[in-house]
Design a protein around this ligand. Structure first.
Ligand SMILES: Nc1ncnc2c1ncn2[C@@H]1O[C@H](COP(=O)(O)OP(=O)(O)O)[C@@H](O)[C@H]1O
Ligand SMILES: [Mg+2]
Length: 260
């Protein structure tokens, strides 16, 4: 691990099923192989980044650390007042899972919305933790849920690039348009797209046109690759299986480093 690498802070977003987790996890490991000190953040409630990283155990989601959250936010006081900037600097060391290539995985977990009871201390804690991670001297790859709800203004400023994944089909392109608007609103400076699961060049042209209209640069085109489906079936990390798609993700890693 070298400390002098340029730090990348990338959030990967897009419609469900487009390949966010596959790309985020593989990028995280490739950057770690290059000497980056990488924190991979699973910010999707489905919590499957560990499979793509090749981590076998089950890291505890931070949202489930109720006692710690209540203690740190001072929510036990019963006053309804809680701290917005709780201490979080030990959370990565204590609850991060070390994976292949030296990637550290942090699983954010889910916070139930609505119902009875305020989830404000949990939200304050997760936000504070994300801010801490993004402004620390690490490379950060965040695997987001379909939207970018986890990011607020304070965290968005720490993100260098919102990498939006699209697949052939107009719905995922529309999602990327919405993500871009939302991202810009909260202060994200750069949005770029990656096209994934591509089989047909006509479709590529259509999507390229749409992305152009939205002024979103297209960084790479990843083919549909049976090797990734096999990796999923065999419960192996895509990087440990290899294949065409993985080679394309390696190219994305090079582009990200060059553009940084
Ligand atoms: N280029 C590709 N070719 C074939 N299958 C892919 C490709 N990229 C991802 N997949 C498969 O698509 C499914 C959804 O991918 P995933 O990364 O979990 O998407 P998301 O995180 O956006 O929901 C997984 O089964 C994955 O193996
Ligand atoms: Mg996912």
């Amino acid at each position: 691990m070298t400390g002098d690498k340029e730090k990348l802070k990338i959030a990967v977003a897009g419609k469900g099923g487009v390949g966010k987790t596959t790309i985020a996890g593989t990028l995280a490991r490739l950057l770690a192989r290059d000497g980056h000190s990488v924190i991979a953040v699973d910010a999707d409630p489905s919590m499957n980044l560990k499979f793509v990283l090749g981590i076998k155990d089950n890291p505890k989601p931070v949202s489930e650390l109720k006692d710690l959250i209540f203690e740190r936010t001072n929510a036990y006081s019963g006053t309804g007042i809680y701290k917005l900037n709780p201490k979080v600097d030990d959370v990565i060391r204590r609850y991060g899972a070390e994976g292949p290539d030296g990637v550290t995985l942090l699983v954010m977990g889910t916070i139930e919305k609505g119902g009875s009871g305020c989830t404000c201390p949990e939200n304050a804690f997760l936000r504070s933790l994300l801010r801490h991670i993004l402004f620390k001297g690490n490379t950060v790859i965040m695997d987001m849920e379909a939207g970018i709800e986890h990011l607020g203004r304070g965290t968005a400023k720490g993100v260098d690039l919102l990498l939006a994944v699209v697949e052939p089909g107009m719905r995922s392109v529309e999602t990327v348009g919405r993500i871009k608007t939302l991202g810009m609103d909260i202060g994200i400076k750069n949005v770029a797209a990656v096209m994934n699961k591509v089989t047909d060049s006509e479709m590529v042209k259509m999507i390229e046109t749409k992305l152009n209209e939205m002024d979103i640069p297209l960084l790479a085109i990843i083919p549909h690759d049976q090797a990734l489906i096999n990796a999923d079936i065999e419960n192996k990390a895509p990087l440990d299986v290899g294949g065409d798609a993985v080679e394309h993700i390696k190219t994305i890693k090079e582009i990200l480093i060059d553009c940084h």
